[in-house]
Design a protein around this ligand. Structure first.
Ligand code: ISL
Length: 573
């Protein structure tokens, strides 16, 4: 029998504090706002809350640029509010995990302010400083050609001490130097122990495979012709001391508490390598987010050069990350949304008015039938969709999208076609879509804020059609479907949370049919990913099956046609 640890069976609900609920009408969500919705969250049937960064921050990257791990961003509240939130969760049987962002800090963190003071400052070595290189003609060059995730060089020249510092993300997010043991200890104490001692139940760990970069920092191969900076993540992800660092973090900190950890693992395609991070025998992380599913369709040179995808690719990715734990002592995750992604209905199904509700339910079936710890993102439970395509670039706020858009504008001298393609990509994959205010009801600004001139981020045009209040008491709503699916998942834990994943008809580009087995128990899931009717071929050798769930009314399961975006789950009799 599998070991039933709470974090395996748990469903996690992610909250983005800026956009969940504003309690004091300043246009920004806050911790008291989250506390006011805690019974709503409990009623969903989830078990854990993951809170995106609420730490003090200049907010260049929405709080992923932390200036003090031990303080709360004042507009979000106080440490005392966080203590109230921890208690509000625990008293309802919910656990709370925080976001742990320790690859970098803000440039306004005290550690960096000291580090940049002089080359001999005791904290100089807490960040990654390097001298300039010089071209043959004497031009000053950064130490290598790495491109930052937010466009431009990953190196910033510092006039005061005449050296460059490394920043894999924004210029204002300098990378910490994990080679330094004193730095690592300070990170453990400030970012982890401080909150664990207050009772938080673990962490979602940001960019967990980037801490060890080696010390040579060689140039990346040139794949983006005509520009100096090159994508380099294969050079700085999964570096030589990565597993050593995570074992140390586990031994020195995590092992003292009853925690769960889920690490973000970009650019790690090899299942054998992923297993090294999550093998329970080698204490590092409990589970990870592998990126294949959310990278689907993104461009090779840059994600905002959208290329599209075929259903067979999505199916292969899902099967790969469902099956990679078979026969191992590792564990996997199930997710298709977070604060960095377009909304799943718009990306993977259809947000057209006639299909968007059924599409949301289709994806709910897919998510709830899969093995692993399930993560859902705020608003996913009511089928929130991407921002309208009519929104101009000026309505977008995210540093990643804006920097790339403007870099292409500059490079191409405002080429209309190039910019139209970037815009289309942002309309599908942009991080802003997930950051629109949560749609609570049909009052102004979707009931998110009472501020007269609205929230920090524009409210979706369709909030009157898609919101919590209108769905709560509608039996057929997306919200009630999600609640039912979360219960169904729990009622058949063996099959849905722990079962083996089986594939059928993998080349079919219209439907996704998969099986789940556990001992003698069997389930078959059939999903139509098109807006037309599709033949449903029952997989061979499944015996008598009975319909358990459908996202369409009046279906009894005998039909051999799947309606547009129809999804069904069958159980073996
Ligand atoms: O950005 C990426 C691709 O464009 C990813 O591979 C990237 O590593 C990943 O999205 C990291 O995201 C996390 O760290 C960022 C922050 O901006 C994101 O919001 C966070 O989820 C920097 O802290």
């Amino acid at each position: 029998a599998p070991n039933r640890i709470w974090w395996k069976d748990g469903t996690v609900y992610q909250i983005y504090p800026a956009s969940y609920k504003d309690s004091n009408n300043d246009g920004l969500g806050d911790i008291p706002g989250i506390i006011s919705k805690i019974d709503y969250i409990k009623d969903l049937g989830v078990d854990l809350v993951w809170l995106s960064p609420m730490y003090d921050s200049p907010q260049l990257d929405m709080g992923y640029d932390i200036s003090n791990y031990e303080a709360v961003y004042p507009p979000y509240g106080t440490v005392a509010d966080m203590e109230t939130l921890i208690e509000a969760c625990h008293s309802r049987g919910l656990r709370l995990i925080l976001d742990l962002v320790i690859n970098h800090t803000s440039d306004e963190h005290q550690w960096f302010k000291e580090s940049r003071r002089s080359k001999t400052d005791p904290k100089r070595d807490w960040y990654i400083w390097r001298p300039a290189k010089y071209a043959a003609d004497g031009t000053r060059m950064p130490p290598n050609n790495w491109r930052s995730f937010f466009s431009g060089s990953a190196w910033q020249w510092d006039e005061h001490t005449q050296e460059y510092y490394l920043h894999l993300f924004a210029t204002q997010q300098p990378d910490l130097n994990w080679e330094n043991a004193t730095t690592r200890r300070a990170i453990y104490d400030s970012a982890m122990e401080f909150w664990l001692q207050k009772g938080v139940d673990g962490f979602r760990i940001d960019t967990v495979n980037m801490y060890s970069k080696g010390t040579d920092l060689p140039d990346a191969p040139v794949i983006d012709q005509g520009i100096f900076e090159q994508p380099a993540s294969s050079l700085f992800c999964n570096g030589p001391r990565m597993h050593e660092f995570l074992r140390e973090m586990n031994t020195q900190v995590l092992s003292k508490y009853d925690t769960m950890t889920v690490g973000e693992l970009p650019d790690t395609p090899d299942p054998k390598h992923v297993l090294r991070y999550v093998s329970s025998g080698d204490k590092q992380l409990d589970m990870i987010f592998q990126f294949d599913i959310v990278d689907l369709g993104g461009g090779k040179i840059h994600k905002y050069e959208y290329e599209g995808y075929q259903l067979s690719e999505m199916k292969a990715i899902i099967a790969k990350w469902q099956q990679f734990i078979d026969g191992s002592d590792g564990w996997t995750t199930v997710f298709c949304e977070n604060h960095d992604q377009g909304r799943s209905v718009s990306r993977f199904a259809s947000d057209a008015p006639e299909w968007r509700e059924r599409s949301s339910k289709l994806l709910a079936i897919m998510m709830c039938a899969m093995t692993g710890t399930l993560f859902i993102y705020q608003g996913q439970e009511i089928g929130m969709i991407n921002a309208p395509t009519a929104w101009p670039i000026e309505y977008y706020k995210d540093i990643e999208a804006l920097n790339y858009y403007h870099s292409v504008a500059k490079r191409t001298n405002n080429d209309t076609e190039a910019l139209a393609h970037v815009m289309k990509s942002i309309q599908i994959l942009g991080r802003d879509h997930a950051r629109l205010p949560m749609q609570w009801d049909s009052t102004p600004y979707a009931g998110f804020t009472g501020k007269k001139d609205g929230a920090w981020m524009r409210t979706h045009d369709l909030y009157k059609e898609i919101n919590v209040a209108s769905q709560l008491n509608a039996p057929d709503s997306v919200l009630n479907f999600w609640k039912k699916m979360l219960q169904t998942r729990k009622a058949h834990k063996d099959l849905f949370i722990h079962g083996r994943f089986e594939t059928f008809d993998m080349d079919n580009q219209e439907t996704f049919v998969f099986g789940k087995t556990f001992g003698q128990d069997r389930a078959v899931v059939a999903l139509n990913f098109t807006d037309s009717e599709q033949p449903f071929k029952r997989p061979q050798g499944q015996g008598k099956m009975q319909l358990l769930v459908s996202n369409v009314g009046g279906v009894d399961g005998t039909e051999d046609i799947l309606l547009p975006y129809e999804g069904r789950v069958y159980l073996a009799l």
